[in-house]
Structure formats: C-alpha cells, structure tokens
Design a protein. Structure first.
Length: 629
C-alpha cells in the first residue's frame, strides 16, 4: 500500500486484545506511529474493563490466543457494543474465522503481517463502520423531530433519576422511562445495592420463558463485565408493564446491553431485547450508549449527594440521620430473625477542656483520630457513626452482650493507651461508654430501636456519673429507679466488666485556711478518693489545665487569697464545664445578704453546690473522726 500520512489514524481509539507481549507491543507501536490512541488487554476481563472505561472504534483481536476464547469474547462484546469494528488476527484457522464471520462483516489479517497491512485494515474497518451508521440513520429516517423526541424523553428520565433516593429507585425509573423512548419488547436493568436486582419493563406479549432466558443473558453479561460471581437464584426480580403470558413469544430476536459506569465502577447494566421480527439498529444502540453516559453523570452526582447526606464530613462516619435509619433497619432485621444485637454509645471525656486548652483545630484532629481508632478496632459488619459533638455510636449486629463487653473493654483500653496528636500536641484522652443488648430469648424486653438506643445512651451517662473512663451496661433490675446497673459484684474479678474499673475519682481542694484545708483532705481521703489541695487559685487552675482529665469535683472557698470566689468558679468551669463545684464559706450567717448574693451568682452554673464551713466541722467532729491535725 502507499505510505499513509503520519496522522491517518488520528481520533481513532483502538483496543488490542493480545496475550503475546512482544506482538502486542509491535501492534501498539505501529498504530501509535500513525496517530491512533491504543489500549492493550491481556485477557477478556481486562478487555471488558477497558471497553467500559473508553469509547473504542476498532478492536484488534488475536483469534489464536490460548488463555481466552476469542470468539466467545467477541460474541459478548458485540452484544454490548454492536458498533465496534473488529480486525481479527488469524493463522489460517478457518473454523474460528467462520464463527467470527457469522457475527458480522469484519476484516481479517493472516499472520505474519506487516505494519502497512495492519494500519490499512484498521482504517478500512473504521471507515466501514461509520458508513454503516450513516446507512442505518438513512434507513430509519432519523429526522430532527425524532431526535428531539428522544432527547426530551432522556431529559425527563434524568429528572426522574435525580429525584430517586437510592440506586435501586434510579434503576427503576430508568427501566420504566426507556420504553417510550425506544419501544422494544422488554427492557431489563440490573444493579445492586443491598442485594442484586433485575427490573423488567415488558412492552410486548412475551412468555415466562422469554423472561427466564433474558434473565440468564443479563446475568451472564453482568458477570462478564464485572468479573464477579453472582448466583442466579440470589437475584431478585421485579416486573412492570405487561404480565408475561403462556401464549406469548418464547424466542428472543436480538439483544444488546449498555453498562452504566461511574468512576470506573459498574453501577448497572441496561439490556434491551426484541422479538424475532424486530431488530435494533446501530443508531438505537448508539443512543442508548449516549443515554448510559448521561446516567453515569447522574449516578456520580447521586453518589456524592448521598455521601454528603449520610456521612459526617469531619470523621467520615455515618451522621445522626443515617444512624437513626441504620438503627431502625438493623433492629427490624435482627428482631425478625431472632438474632442478637448490641449497641454502644460513647462520649469522649472532658472534650470541651481539650478544645479550650489546645484549640478547636486540635479538637478536630482528636475527633478524626478517634474515629480512625474506632474503625481499626471494629469489625466490618459493625455500623459506626458520630451522633453529634464528641458522641459516637457502634451498632453491632449478631453480637451478644458478653461479646460486646469484651470488644468495648478492649476499645476503652486502646483509647486510654493511645497518644493523640502526637506530632503537634501530644495528649491522652479517655472515653465513657454505655452498652445495651437485645437478647432474642428475653421476651418483650425491647420493643423498638428507639428503646435500644435510649438504654445505651442512659448507660453512657451512668458511666459519666461513675467517674468516666469506664463502661456501664444497662440492666432491667434497676432501670425503673435510676437506670443504673453495674456488675462488679455479679462475677469474679477477672470478669470483663469488672476489669473496666476506672481510677478513683479525683478531687481538687482550693482553700487558704490551713486547718480547714487539712480537715477537708482527711474527710476526702477517708472516703477513698484521690485528693490534691492548693492554697492559691492560680496554682489550682494551672494543675487543672495540665491534667484536664484527672479531676471530677472541686471544693473551694468563696474567698481565697484575695481572689473573688465567683471568679474562681467561672475560671474553673471555663477549663471544664462538667466539673462539679462545691462552695464552702466562713460567713457566720448563711442568710447574710452578701453571702446570699455571691452564692446566687455562683449558682448560675447548675454544677455548683454551697455549704457552710461550720456545718462541715460540726458534721466531721460529730462523726468521731480525727480533728484537723
């Protein structure tokens, strides 16, 4: 042939299916030399993936490959991409060539061949296919009005798809919407979300056998395109339009399928089937391929919108709305199946102190790191979410209370030993967790998902009241009183719940009167608490800031070292608003106007309690305890 111009194959995209690496490279270099865009595949799976990701005009396929049935590959590929041109490489095997000739009017090259012959045949195949498309359009008399009708139908289809809440709803709208645009016998759409589903829209009189055969065709193409194994019997079937009838047509005339792909992921497959006397045209297939491309954009938008709607942007975990939905869904599944379900609600201790001491950027880093720690600890089947602020939830299907206790106990230990923000501001935090479980053997104890979550939430507050950094389990036995139940005395000391005993609560005393300070220290220590005392508010505040999780209660005078007690309380609560503050006073008369005014100001915080010093002394001496020493 004459030497072709350098860019004769420009704008032509070619797929080379060849497992001989040396031959494949020679073909690629030859075609690229004349301007073609070339992609190589070693096997059918790679070839199908490339076909889904790119628009190819011509495929160069070696019929003599040993690792792939080239004829079977072409049969499936041409059903999905019927406009694809084919240049088949052969070594004189007439049987394979006859099989490919039955699929269409394609070009063949005998091995060995030269670069000129290859380029000439690829260009010829490309030209033939374009002429065929133009021919089909003339035969079909596709005028502007008909094209506009199809495009209007496609626009309505896109609008409906965007209204859908789920992928399955989108596929359902898609299936119903294609019929008026392309009136074939049956349209089938396959996709998956929680399970695999095929939705059929039946427009002509067909038999149940027609639907069964089409189901197998769609299933086989879905497997071929995705490389996944899908059990045929596991596919759920939905039907719309006409009902299949026993005297309807059993035979399928022709079929073609178009994949719907988003970011390289196959989201669904649209398959159109005709009766024997009706054949689809290349223009029909081209239009459906265009429609699928538009749908891919819709799916990409839906995926992003759905992610924003259900995920917490800070941690990537489910947000509160989605958690509520997941909770309800999993509860219904587990209760109907008679299977156990455990739920844990957790809250990061003294998180406000972290924000106030280190800043909100560090606080955000702690939340993100905490969520990563949570993910790394939990099983894939668990549902994780951020319920709000520093509160997180784990939903554990098929997990008994005993199993959940071990898992949660391990997580508390993991958090306790982890150094957060190690590179910027190393700090340690703790977490309080409440746990409840649905036991299918316990009749009528839990009747709703709301009750299950409420119990876990209240158990978490029991953990807070118990001193934080611990686990509390909801139990029926005391739920009518304060909802507080703890199993320390119910089992041996190596019980997982017993092992979760936290350090003793810490108490800070701020008092510049030495005798009173020593008296308060003795009272607190005799009750088994850890105590630290300061004679100056500044020293106490510094200790609180340096050890934000070590103290649970503050005892302070209303006037210490010339510092107003109200100012002391406000600064304490600015460090940690969850701290309980007890005020002691040396005023002779608690009804004194100044004491009453100052105590009322202090009581702006619901966490502030007032006592008179004389009452503390009288109570302690009356109990027979030692004096101040």
């Amino acid at each position: 042939m004459n030497q072709p111009s350098h860019n004769i194959l420009q704008n032509i995209t070619v797929l080379v299916v060849e497992n001989d690496a040396q031959l494949a490279l020679m073909i690629e270099n030859s075609l690229r030399q004349f301007g073609a865009a070339v992609f190589r595949a070693l096997n059918a799976k790679e070839a199908f993936q490339l076909l889904m990701e790119h628009d190819f005009e011509v495929a160069v396929v070696d019929l003599t490959m040993t690792n792939i049935d080239s004829v079977a590959f072409l049969q499936e590929a041409l059903k999905v991409w019927p406009w694809l041109g084919v240049v088949a490489l052969n070594d004189g095997h007439r049987g394979r060539q006859r099989q490919v000739e039955e699929l269409g009017n394609f070009r063949f090259i005998e091995k060995p061949f030269t670069c000129d012959i290859l380029v000439d045949q690829v260009m010829g195949e490309y030209t033939d296919k374009h002429e065929k498309v133009e021919e089909d359009e003339k035969k079909e008399n596709v005028q502007l009005e008909k094209s506009q009708f199809k495009l209007r139908g496609l626009r309505r289809l896109m609008e409906k798809a965007l209204e859908a809440d789920t992928l399955v709803d989108t596929l359902r709208f898609l299936c119903l919407g294609i019929g008026p645009i392309l009136p074939f016998a049956v349209v089938g759409v396959m996709g998956s979300e929680e399970d695999y589903l095929i939705i059929f829209n039946v427009q002509k009189k067909v038999s149940p056998r027609f639907i069964e055969t089409l189901t197998e065709i769609i299933h086989n193409r879905y497997e071929a395109l995705t490389g996944r194994t899908v059990l045929l019997e596991s596919i759920r079937i939905e039907q719309a339009g006409m009902s299949p009838q026993a005297d309807g047509s059993d035979a399928i005339g022709s079929t073609f399928s178009v994949p719907v792909i988003t970011a390289g992921e196959l989201r669904g497959i649209i398959t159109i089937a005709t009766l024997p006397n009706n054949q689809y045209t290349t223009a029909d297939a081209t239009f459906m391929y265009y429609a699928a491309s538009q749908l891919s954009t819709v799916f990409a938008a839906m995926k992003q919108i759905r992610k924003l709607a259900v995920r917490d942007p800070m941690t990537g975990l489910f947000n509160r709305l989605q958690l509520d939905q997941e909770m309800d869904r999993i509860w219904r599944l587990q209760s109907q199946a008679g299977k156990p379900l455990s739920v844990a609600v957790m809250d990061i201790d003294h998180f406000k102190t972290v924000n106030d001491t280190y800043g909100h950027l560090v606080g955000d880093d702690v939340l993100r790191e905490f969520s990563r720690l949570l993910r790394s600890t939990c099983r894939p089947a668990y549902v994780l979410g951020r319920y709000g602020g520093e509160e997180f939830v784990i939903i554990m299907p098929d997990v008994t209370q005993e199993e959940a206790v071990e898992h949660v106990a391990a997580f508390i230990e993991k958090v306790r030993n982890h150094v957060f923000c190690e590179e910027r501001n190393p700090l340690r935090i703790t977490v309080s967790i409440g746990l409840t479980s649905f036991d299918p053997q316990a009749q009528n104890r839990i009747t709703s998902s709301e009750q299950l979550f409420t119990e876990a939430d209240q158990a978490m507050y029991m953990a807070k009241r118990a001193g934080r950094d611990c686990l509390r389990i909801w139990s029926d036995r005391k739920s009518s009183a304060h909802g507080e139940e703890w199993h320390d005395s119910d089992g041996p000391e190596d019980n997982a719940t017993y092992r979760m005993q936290r350090r003793d609560p810490g108490i800070m005393i701020i008092e510049d009167d030495y005798a009173i300070r020593r008296l308060l220290e003795n009272i607190v220590r005799q009750q088994g608490y850890r105590v630290e005392s300061k004679d100056h508010p500044a020293a106490a505040l510094q200790s609180l800031k340096e050890n934000p999780t070590e103290f649970d209660l503050i005892i302070t005078d209303l006037s210490v070292r010339q510092m107003n007690g109200i100012e002391i309380i406000r600064e304490i609560l600015a460090v940690d608003e969850t701290l309980i503050v007890i005020i002691v006073s040396a005023y002779a008369n608690p009804a004194d106007h100044d004491f009453t005014r100052r105590a009322a100001v202090a009581a702006e915080s619901r966490l502030t309690i007032g006592f008179h010093k004389s009452k503390i002394q009288d109570s302690h001496q009356g109990s027979g305890s030692a004096g101040t020493g």
